[in-house]
Ligand binder design. Structure first.
Ligand code: NDP
Length: 449
């Protein structure tokens, strides 16, 4: 682990002391502070006025009770969170996650990452994140709707198109956004389309938003590959997860001539030597809402399902972790290296452990960190906000071409910043510094906030 200088070490120690029992948040802060040593050495004024300490402290944290009724009439309770991390660049913006592992530390790490990610897009959006420890698996449509309505009943008073604009994340897709928007509209008596993104096309959504995170990550990795004169054509790719980000990562890689060897869910993974059949994955996950094990059963020959295990044991040229945090460990990174991986693009937020990142970087593997590589989702959410504000609706091609150019810009600013700070090719350093500088400049201009 790179060491921190005395001042940054003291800041990290204070973050850990003030946010006890939140290891993911500590991990995310440490990674950014490790990059900031170079900035502070070159521009000591960035450490003045407790600027770094303020960036590590959320502006506001909301925790609330979510009572709801299940289909048998039983009353259930979950906990809801919204961490409004930083609004120096614009309204808080970041997704909502429904998963039993959600707690305030997870939401805080996601909000912290989101702040720098949103800055990297160059768009006027601050950082936030929210969610609940509600487990949507196995819940009926009616239960999901009642839960979403209860969640929004409290959350609505903290939102607004100029205040805080949530979107989806793990466990929250188009269906859930629809139920939440419906409840927001009832409670406020306003058709404020710009208050949520990831909406359906029939009520103010943007074309290409559903595809944006996966497509964007693919564009980012393509830009990294191009620096070495390579492209996706003929590459074998492994994509973890089989949700929104994974599905559209697979779709774009396949359209560029790559072959998808495997994908997964939290129970196990499937390998298909002929290349994963994406229509079948979509049918299982988006229509039937079943487990990925069904893939092997429905596909028959050539496909295998492995319960548990590590998807990173499957040989590939490109790895796209697209499920959840810390899903790719040091052990997994070594397995990928042995099998010849040349590039990694993080579709998920913080999916690689610090040890895995170090192994990839020391081996010269092209490594695209989530806060840069998966920024296409939030960037297209900002395009959705633009369309809502101007009561306009763009074509798929128009939106996708904006997304592609935003991803190229993010790649280029990460690459040029890494070079400026003395480590060409270190996209982690480039993303952390470029994101930090944008947020820091705005915060300084706004006074002690
Ligand atoms: P989805 O809920 O659509 O899909 C998540 C996928 O990851 C599912 O296949 C799920 O399997 C799997 N998964 C979730 N938790 C775990 C776990 N603890 N262990 C193993 N597998 C798990 O979510 P998204 O695709 O939207 O999000 C995936 C990642 O991408 C997250 O890290 C999210 O923060 C990040 N992201 C998402 C963006 C978006 O636009 N949606 C934007 C930027 C980042 P199962 O169904 O079995 O739980």
């Amino acid at each position: 682990m790179p060491s921190l200088d005395e001042k940054l070490e003291a800041i990290l120690a204070e973050v850990i002391r003030r946010n006890e029992g939140e290891p993911e948040f500590h991990q995310a802060v440490r990674e950014v502070l490790e990059s900031l040593g170079r900035v502070v050495a070159k521009r000591p004024d960035y450490a003045d006025g407790a600027l770094i300490e303020r960036i590590c402290e959320p502006e506001r944290q909301i925790i609330f009770r979510i009572p709801w009724t299940d289909d048998r009439g039983g009353v259930r309770i979950n906990r809801g969170f919204r961490v409004q991390f930083n609004s120096a660049l614009g309204p808080y913006k970041g997704g909502i996650r429904f998963h039993p592992s959600v707690n305030v530390g997870i939401i805080k790490f996601l909000g912290f990452e989101q702040t720098f990610k949103n800055a990297l897009t160059g768009m006027p959006i601050g950082g936030g994140k929210g969610g609940s420890d509600f487990d949507p698996k196995g819940r009926s449509d009616a239960e999901i709707m009642r839960f979403c309505q209860s969640f929004m009943t409290e959350l609505c008073r903290h939102l607004g198109e100029h205040t805080d604009v949530p979107a989806g994340d793990i466990g929250v897709g188009g269906r859930e956004i629809g139920y939440m928007f419906g409840q927001y509209k009832r409670l406020t008596n306003r058709y404020e389309a710009g208050v949520l993104t990831g909406k359906g096309l029939s009520y103010g959504g943007s074309r290409a938003r559903k595809e944006a995170t996966g497509y964007g990550n693919t564009y980012f990795v393509q830009a990294m590959l191009l620096t070495r004169g390579r492209d996706f054509d003929g590459m074998r790719a492994v994509v973890s997860g089989s949700g929104n980000v994974a599905i559209y990562t697979m779709e774009k890689i396949a359209s560029l001539g790559g072959r998808i060897m495997a994908c997964s869910d939290s129970d196990g993974y499937v390998i298909d030597e002929a290349g994963i059949d994406l229509d079948l994955v979509k049918e299982i996950k988006e229509v039937r809402r079943e487990r990925i094990s069904e893939y092997a059963r429905l596909k028959g020959t050539g496909a295998h399902y492995i319960t548990g295990g590590s998807i990173w044991d499957v040989p590939c040229d490109v790895a796209m972790p697209s499920a959840t945090q810390n899903e790719l460990t040091g052990r997994d990174a070594r397995a990928l290296l042995r099998n010849g991986v040349i590039a990694v693009g993080e579709g998920a937020n913080m999916p690689s452990t610090p040890e895995a990142i170090r192994i990839f970087q020391e081996a010269g593997v092209l490594f695209g960190p989530g806060k840069a590589a998966n920024a296409g989702g939030v960037a297209t959410s900002a395009l959705e906000m633009q369309q809502n504000a101007s009561r306009d609706s763009w074509t798929f091609e128009q939106t996708e071409s904006r997304l592609a150019s935003i991803m190229r810009n993010i790649h280029d600013i990460c690459a040029s910043t890494a070079e400026e700070y003395g480590t060409p090719g270190d996209y982690v350093l480039g993303a952390n510094i470029a994101g930090f500088v944008r947020v820091a400049e705005a915060m300084r201009a706004l006074g002690v906030i």
